[in-house]
Design a protein around this ligand. Structure first.
Ligand code: BDR
Ligand code: CA
Length: 321
């Protein structure tokens, strides 16, 4: 089986954490790097969390730190959802290795050069690092196979009435990415809000138990408490949906649309404008998720998280591979 070569740009973040743990476990994916970005919480925490999550998974995937703040926009965080440490206060193992010396954008450049035409960027935080890499190194644009991002919405937002958090956190970076010419797959709230896990579903995973399932469910408990605070009793697993789709593309129906980002609006800054009716007569620049099979999504997520405890799949924490 030819594995997909992926680099994950993330701001862990509870749903980022689950996405990383799923990606490390998937035999279909070769995670060749992680870049951290400030988003849900600050860069110091997101970098440390990425290292700790790889350590929990028994991996030594290189982690390069990137941008803490947005290119231009004011800083936004989501500590009310993810906790001040980004992982809902759940303690993970101490990182067993150090981060890279390169910046995230240098690291993206180098990995794209290592895997020309193969590297797929999985972007599940604000797009500051990806925009930096594409702007600083034009050759990197040509070498990246695709960018699969969690962000935006064709409808309502979650950070503002119009904007989704990852795009709202750095709208100028997001606009640069959508305008870059690199093939884009967009998993917006239209689908990720339906990548649901109910409280009963969470309990069903918890009873399986295991060294990765236990801390995952503890993090999701915090996430559920935050969701309940906002009046919703079901978790939306935004970032994990992108990883699930990489493993099984039949989970999500995609449609080609022209997408751009509003960088300066009275109410709409950070909104992804998705031209679903083709009114602008612009060629599509993104494949946009419009439907998903949420039952199969939860089953796949569960399978990947429990695989850490299956005979033959267990890797001692810190052993690396
Ligand atoms: C996105 O925002 C963050 O809070 C999550 O990690 C996810 O990437 C959802 O809007
Ligand atoms: Ca995220």
């Amino acid at each position: 089986m030819k594995k997909r070569t992926i680099l994950i740009d993330c701001d862990p973040g509870i749903d980022d954490a689950i996405a990383l743990l799923m990606a490390f476990a998937a035999p279909e994916l070769d995670v060749v790097g992680i870049t951290s970005v400030g988003g849900n919480v600050g860069l110091e925490a997101t970098t440390r969390n990425a290292l700790a999550l790889a350590t929990l998974a028994g991996r030594r995937v290189p982690v390069a730190r990137g941008m803490d703040l947005a290119l231009i926009a004011e800083t936004k965080r989501a500590e009310s959802v993810h906790g001040t440490d980004g992982l809902g206060g759940v303690r993970l193992p101490e990182p067993s290795y150090a981060e890279e010396k390169a910046t995230a954008w240098e690291f993206i450049r180098d990995r794209a050069a290592d895997f020309p035409g193969e590297l797929e960027i999985v972007a599940i935080g604000p797009l500051s690092n990806v925009a930096m890499a594409l702007s600083a190194y034009p050759e990197t644009r040509r070498r990246i196979k695709a960018i699969h991002l969690m962000g935006g919405s064709a409808g309502a937002g979650n950070a503002t009435p119009a904007a989704e958090f990852n795009i709202f956190a750095d709208p100028h970076a997001a606009a640069a990415v959508f305008q870059s010419g690199v093939p884009i797959t967009m998993f917006g709230l239209d689908v990720t809000n339906r990548a649901n896990l109910s409280p009963a579903g969470l309990e069903a995973i918890r009873v399986i138990g295991g060294r990765v399932i236990a801390p995952s469910c503890a993090m999701l408990d915090h996430y559920l408490t935050a969701y309940r605070h906002f009046g919703r009793d079901t978790l939306a697993l935004h970032d994990p949906l992108v990883v699930a789709w990489l493993v099984d593309p039949s989970l999500v129906t995609l449609k080609p649309y022209f997408v751009d980002v509003e960088t300066d609006g009275r109410y709409t800054t950070g909104k992804t404008v998705v031209d679903v009716h083709g009114i602008l007569k612009r060629p599509p620049n993104a494949m946009v998720g419009v439907e998903l099979d949420s039952g199969r999504f939860v089953a796949l997520m569960t399978k990947l998280l429990r695989s850490y405890d299956e005979p033959g799949a267990v890797i001692a924490p810190g052993a690396g591979r």
